[in-house]
Design a protein around this ligand. Structure first.
Ligand code: NAD
Ligand code: AHE
Ligand code: ZN
Length: 369
C-alpha cells in the first residue's frame, strides 16, 4: 500500500513528506495506522548523525499511538480495531532478559531493530523499489507502519491518541526512571538535570513517589514555571550560580541528593549529576543519550565513597504490561500529560516541530496524520 511518511534521507537534512510503499505484515507482525506521534529528542539525535546506529534513508519516530488494521499469520494477542502504542523496548515474555526479572531490556529482536530491519532481516518500506529503513522498531512518522506483535502495547479505546502517544517514550521514561529504576521513596531528595520532555516527567514521578526536595536544574529560565507546576520545589539555573554547581547542590540538599537524574545527554552534566549525590548512598541515573565517541568520567573515589552510577532505558518499564497501566493513570487524572504537549501540528509541519525543540520553545510537539 502507499503511505504518507516523513522520510530522513541523510543526517542533518530536513525530513521530506513522501509517498512510501509499505508491504503488509508477515508472520508475527501487525499493520498499524498511526494517528499521532510525539517528537522526542532522540529522533533529533539520530537525525543529527550523532547516533552510532543511525542509518539512512529511514522513517524515524518512536512515540506513536494508533489502531491495528491488519495482522500477519500467527498473531494471537491483537486483532483489527485494537488501539495500540508501539514499543521500542518490546516484551516477548520468553527471552532470558524478559524472564530474568532483572531488566526490561527484551533482546528478542534487538539485533535487527538496531539495523533498521524487521525481525526477518528485511524492511517493509520502499521508495521507487529502494529499501527505506525502520527506526527503533517503530517508524511512527508514517500514517501506517508494520510492527512486531511483541512490540505493541494494547491500550483502552477511549484514550486520546494525540496525548497518550507520549507514553510511548517520554512519559514512561521519566516516571519509570523514578519508580522502577531509582525506586524513590517518600522523603527522598531528588535533583533533576534538564527539564525538557523527559525531565519534567521525572519531576512528576518524584512528586508521585513522595519525594521531599525536588530540585530542577536547567539553563532555560522558561522551564521554572512548568517545573513548579509538576512538583519542582527548587529551580537552579547553572548560569546564575556563583562558583561550582556541584557544591552548591550538595549544600542545597543538605549533604547531597538521594537520587539525581541526567535528562540531557551531556557527559559533563552526567559527572555533575553523580557528584552532587550524597556520600555513602546517593544514586545517579543516566537517562540522556550521548553522541558517538563520548565518554563519562569521574574520580573512582566518588564510587568508593558510596555513590552509585546507573542508567535506564524506557524507564525500566516492560511495555506490554506497564504501558496500559500508565494510560489508565492518565485517564484517571493521576498524571498530567496535557500541559507538556505544547504543540500539535499536521505531519506536513514536522520540521517546524524540530525547530521548536532546538529553540527550546516546546516541551513536546505531536504530529497528527
Ligand atoms: P529536551 O530537548 O526536551 O530537554 C533537554 C533539556 O535540557 C532542555 O530543557 C534544555 O534547556 C536542558 N539543557 C540542555 N543543556 C543543559 C545543561 N548543560 N545544563 C542544564 N540543562 C540543560 O530533550 P528530552 O526529549 O527531554 O530528552 C532528554 C534526553 O533524554 C535526550 O538525550 C534523549 O535522547 C534522552 N532520552 C533517553 C531515553 C531513555 O530511555 N534513556 C528516553 C527518551 C529520551
Ligand atoms: N542507538 C544509540 C543509543 C540510543 C539509546 O540509548 N536509546 C535508548 C532509548 S532513547 C528513547 O528516546 C534505549 O532504549 N537504549 C537501549 C537500547 O537497547 O537501545 C547508540 O548509542 O547506539
Ligand atoms: Zn524517545
Amino acid at each position: 500500500m502507499d503511505v504518507k511518511a516523513a522520510v530522513a534521507h541523510k543526517a542533518g537534512a530536513p525530513l521530506t513528506i513522501e509517498t512510501v510503499t509499505l508491504d503488509g505484515p508477515r508472520e508475527g507482525e501487525v499493520l498499524v495506522e498511526i494517528k499521532a506521534s510525539g517528537l522526542c529528542h532522540t529522533d533529533a539525535f539520530t537525525l543529527s548523525g550523532e547516533d552510532p546506529e543511525g542509518i539512512f534513508p529511514a522513517i524515524l519516530g518512536h512515540e506513536g499511538a494508533g489502531v491495528v488494521v491488519d495482522v500477519g499469520p500467527g498473531v494471537t494477542s491483537l486483532k483489527k480495531g485494537d488501539h495500540v502504542i508501539p514499543l521500542y523496548t518490546p516484551e516477548c515474555r520468553q527471552c532470558d532478559y524478559c524472564t530474568s526479572g532483572k531488566t526490561n531490556l527484551c533482546q528478542a529482536i534487538r539485533e535487527t531493530q538496531g539495523q533498521g530491519l524487521m525481525p526477518d532481516g528485511s524492511s517493509r518500506f520502499k521508495i521507487n523499489g529502494e529499501k527505506v529503513f525502520h527506526y527503533m522498531g517503530c517508524s511512527t512518522f508514517a500514517n501506517y507502519t508494520v510492527v512486531p506483535e511483541i512490540a505493541l502495547a494494547k491500550i483502552r479505546e477511549d484514550a486520546p491518541f494525540d496525548k497518550v502517544c507520549y507514553i510511548g517514550c517520554g512519559v514512561t521514561t521519566g516516571i519509570g526512571a523514578v519508580i522502577n529504576t531509582a525506586k524513590v521513596k517518600p522523603g527522598d531528595n531528588v535533583v533533576v538535570f534538564g527539564l525538557g520532555g523527559i525531565g519534567l516527567n521525572v519531576i512528576q514521578g518524584a512528586r508521585l513517589a513522595g519525594a521531599d526536595m525536588i530540585v530542577g536544574v536547567d539553563l532555560n529560565p522558561a522551564r521554572k514555571d512548568l517545573g513548579e507546576k509538576f512538583g519542582m520545589t527548587h529551580f537552579v539555573n547553572p548560569n546564575e550560580v556563583e562558583g561550582d554547581l556541584v557544591p552548591y547542590l550538595v549544600d542545597l540538599t543538605k549533604g547531597g541528593a538521594d537520587y539525581s537524574f541526567e535528562c540531557i545527554g551531556n557527559v559533563n552534566v552526567m559527572r555533575q549529576a553523580l557528584e552532587c549525590c550524597h556520600k555513602g548512598w546517593g544514586e545517579s541515573i543516566i537517562i540522556g543519550v550521548a553522541g558517538a565517541g563520548q565518554e563519562i568520567s569521574t574520580r573512582p573515589f566518588q564510587l568508593v565513597t558510596g555513590r552509585v552510577w546507573k542508567g535506564t532505558a524506557f524507564g525500566g518499564a516492560k511495555g506490554r504490561t506497564d504501558v496500559p497501566k500508565i494510560v489508565d493513570w492518565y485517564m484517571d487524572g493521576k498524571i498530567n500529560i496535557d500541559d507538556l504537549i505544547t504543540h500539535v501540528m499536521p505531519v506536513e509541519k514536522i520540521n517546524e516541530g524540530f525547530d521548536l525543540m532546538h529553540e527550546g520553545k516546546s516541551i513536546r510537539s505531536v504530529v497528527t496524520f
